[in-house]
Write a protein that binds this ligand. Sequence first.
Ligand code: ATP
Length: 514
Amino acid sequence: MDDLFKKLIAHAKEYGFIFPSSEIYDGLSAVYDYGPNGVELKNNIRKYWWDSMVLLHDNIVGLDSAIFMHPQIWKASGHVDAFNDPLIDNKVSKKRYRADVLVEEYLEKIEQKITKEVQKASKRFGDDFDEKQFRETNPRVLANQKKKDEIHKRFVASLESNDLKDLKQIILDCEIADPVSGSREWTDVRRFNLMFETRLGSVSDDANSIYLRPETAQGIFVNFLNVQKSGRMKLPFGIAQTGKAFRNEIVARQFIFRMREFEQMEMQFFVKPGEDMKWFEYWKEKRMKWHQSLVPDSKKLRYHKHDKLAHYANAATDIEFQFPIGFKEVEGIHSRTDFDLAQHQIFSGKKLQYYDVESQESYIPYVIETSIGLDRTFLLILSNAYSEEKAPNAEGKLEDRLVLKIPPALAPVKIAIFPLVKKDGLPDKAMEILTDLQFDFNCQYDEKDSIGRRYRRQDAIGTPYCITIDHETMKDNTVTVRERDSMKQDRVVISELYNFFSGKLSMRKLFENL
Ligand code: ATP
């Protein structure tokens, strides 16, 4: 695992963001708990997503459907038959992998070789470098591109035809080794359903078998008419929902990137048939902007078109972020056609159609879905924020500084308040300021250790502003406000503090970039 990733995991635990679940019992694999700072950050991310969907779109409304649903729903949606991953075991390490992920990672390695070759040449030739020509003529690039294209084509064909034998053969032909043991001794590839099954009520028979939902989307589809009719919604309109989802993932060794219990933020946008591609493009762009508002370095974000479409989709793109473990999916944008509503119409025997007043016809709407993992977005923000720097201490000597540059509006604690010393009435004054500011902002009081150490503690959890109350304060009612990233200090009058912070800490700044 990447060094930076290990540091992030340790930092998240030490500073109360994320703990392994059931830790005193040695933990539960791929399940995590959010600590005091973690839950604040998570709530803020959820609110930012929710408001950018529901608050900023008058044609998107919210829903909170139950986790337990009628078992027929998962038959209709295709999850009982098709929600499975191809798994493969290594015979030496006994570790289990997703066969498709092993091949994808191998393809990514070839791509990295090509990129390195291009970067080397670009450095060598400087301004004269013609990347297109280089890619079309350099023998090493050409050979790697050919190899990648051939494997890719075979890989997609094997997934599409569900040819598990060939999927294994690709792994053997590419000489893909177990990253743990280096061994190339693999079992056959098998399919594994990811849904957790449980029983409803006290009678233990098959009829009472239900599933923990593997996605929040189906709760939206089965409520489509309830929401449309009660809100007199006209197409196009969307329904947004956040909530827990459960998947018995085969491989779960990547911290909160892949968990067995996680949270999704999904929005299903219902449109007139034929307008689906237009809205698919619209949401692709809109969602990328949302991510860019959190990650200003645009090179860290990219689209990834799906190699194999899910059974319900006619188009799908992921938005990927460059985590310390590589570019990985954070959000999926899927054009789900009328698949889900049509299936529920068949399985439930109830009409799920929309009456279009303009054309005076009834039809099943098409759906564009935006589906993002809350925990993965949390990891994106943490990875992007983590920064090790050198900064001058009180004597002007350079020291290590670890700072989380979380977007201010999302930071768990917004303002930390320090009395310079624990006497002369400074703590009382500090508490007075805190009592006032905490109506609007999440504040923290700290009087322990030197101011420098208190700054470092707040930097480590990403607090954007620290206020220091000193002896000047008692004379002129001004305080020192120190900003996290620039470490710049301003003198601000106490009665002006609310105005000083409100613009800087509100989500408005993020919304304006959407
Ligand atoms: P992956 O290919 O990584 O398994 P997926 O394509 O199955 O993901 P979707 O079904 O499209 O994922 O789910 C939408 C979003 O939910 C994903 O983009 C991701 O952010 C999140 N998500 C899915 N599975 C998990 C998981 N096991 N742990 C955390 N987040 C998840």
